[in-house]
Design a protein around this ligand. Structure first.
Ligand SMILES: *Cc1c(COP(=O)(O)O)cnc(C)c1O
Length: 403
């Protein structure tokens, strides 16, 4: 009996797993949108809604200059490469983008990957062996956790954002005689918008002679006065040993990832990093458009300034409407509902009122910490944000969440 038969026990097992997810309220669905990414998007049922849940922080996903650069690269460099980088998959565009992103994040050199998930997945195994130690924040991204699993280094995990606990790990790794120690953190944590204390971390790492590596997926392009990232925000630009990041969020939002570091580190990754060696080259149009993104961001801080302004406005206005938010400065604004069912009801009602948001609840966030996570964008105009706050206030009153 093959699995084409619905009666195969393997398929029956999947059916019962799926039923379990549905019964636990953990089943995820995908909402179809039929327009480009923007301040407003059209849903599959033909309604135009304000979009507050994209990682389109700078509005570059549909920026005319970025689209034009992608068209231009398609015309000049073709659609696909049909090769990994080291066979016949390296164009001038890829080399240029590597130099440009390295410079942008304050490192010597950079290597491109199909995704940041691959950059993190392929980082640890080539660089660290069993004599080494890796120390990771408890809330680090799944791709970091997976990447660490693939290497033989001894592992420590410190309580989220807790510098005293990080120091405990550094002491333990030293006591165990680790040859090299790497501390790895998200620059910005996506569920809370928490900004890692990279200045304090740099000091600690220096004291224990440890390397500091940071995933900048929710930071590159807009954190810091010129948008270079969390290290600029925390005044340690140019002092991070390894920076990983994505082109799939603020930097155009298509796809692609990178690791930036000292030249020798990048060179070794080109020799040994498995997702780089055994996976196809980034599409030329993405490389060309990503270069145009960096042109835009290096020429002007207008987009990150507008994002900062929108964030300040929305955080103030949603608090004034009576909602409890996680304090902070990041364009991720967690609006706390605490109760998972209420969070889902609030998201559903907001969609009826023309605002697209998503509720997050256990196991994505701790039990009893359900929330709506909204994300600001430079494409939002004041009227979008005012309409969103008004809808939140109305839906919140209906559900008894605010007065
Ligand atoms: C989104 C994200 C990733 C994955 O990025 P992709 O390029 O989409 O694979 C990795 N790390 C963090 C912290 C992220 O937020």
């Amino acid at each position: 009996m093959s699995t084409a038969s619905i009666a195969h026990p393997f398929i029956a097992h999947q059916q019962s797993e799926l039923a379990g997810l549905r019964a636990a309220g953990l089943f995820k669905t995908e909402r179809v949108i039929t327009t480009p990414q923007g301040a407003m998007v059209r849903t599959g049922d033909g309604r135009d809604v304000v979009n507050l849940c994209a990682n389109n922080y700078l509005g570059l996903s549909s920026h005319p200059k970025v689209i034009e650069a992608a068209h231009e690269a398609l015309r000049t460099h073709g659609y696909g490469m049909s090769s990994v980088r080291f066979i016949c998959g390296t164009q001038d565009l890829h080399k240029t983008l590597e130099q440009r992103i390295a410079h942008f994040v304050g490192c010597e050199d950079a290597i491109l990957y199909a995704a940041a998930f691959d950059a993190n997945g392929g980082l640890f195994e080539p660089l660290l062996g069993e004599q080494d130690a890796v120390i990771s924040d408890a809330l680090n991204h799944a791709s970091i956790i997976d990447g660490i699993r693939l290497c033989k280094a001894q592992r420590w995990r410190y309580e989220h954002n807790n510098m005293a606990d990080l120091e405990r790990c550094l002491q333990e790794a030293k006591a165990k005689g680790a040859r090299f120690t790497m501390v790895f953190t998200d620059g910005v944590f996506s569920m809370d918008g928490t900004i890692a204390q990279l200045d304090a971390m740099r000091e600690l790492c220096d004291r224990y002679d440890a390397l500091l590596a940071v995933d900048e997926c929710h930071a590159s392009g807009f954190m810091g006065k010129t948008g270079r990232g969390t290290h600029e925000h925390r005044n340690v630009f140019g002092k991070i040993d390894i920076v990983t990041g994505t082109f799939g969020k603020a930097l155009g939002g298509a796809s692609g990832g990178f690791t930036a570091a000292r030249r020798e580190v990048v060179e070794l990754l080109r020799q040994r990093s498995r997702p780089y060696l055994f996976s196809n080259t980034l599409m030329p149009a993405i490389a060309g458009a990503s270069i145009a993104v960096l042109d835009l961001l290096e020429a002007s801080t207008a987009l990150r300034d507008k994002l900062e302004d929108n964030t300040r406005f929305f955080r103030q206005a949603i608090s004034a409407a009576g909602f409890d938010i996680k304090a902070g400065e990041h364009p991720i604004v967690p609006i706390m509902v605490y109760d998972a069912v209420k969070a889902q009801q609030l998201a559903a009602r907001l969609l009826e009122l023309g605002v697209y948001v998503v509720g997050f609840f256990f196991p994505v966030v701790p039990n009893g910490q359900a929330r709506i996570r909204v994300q600001m964008s430079a494409v939002h105009e004041r009227h979008h944000l005012e309409a969103a706050v008004a809808a939140f206030a109305q839906a919140g009153r209906e559900l008894g969440l605010v007065k």
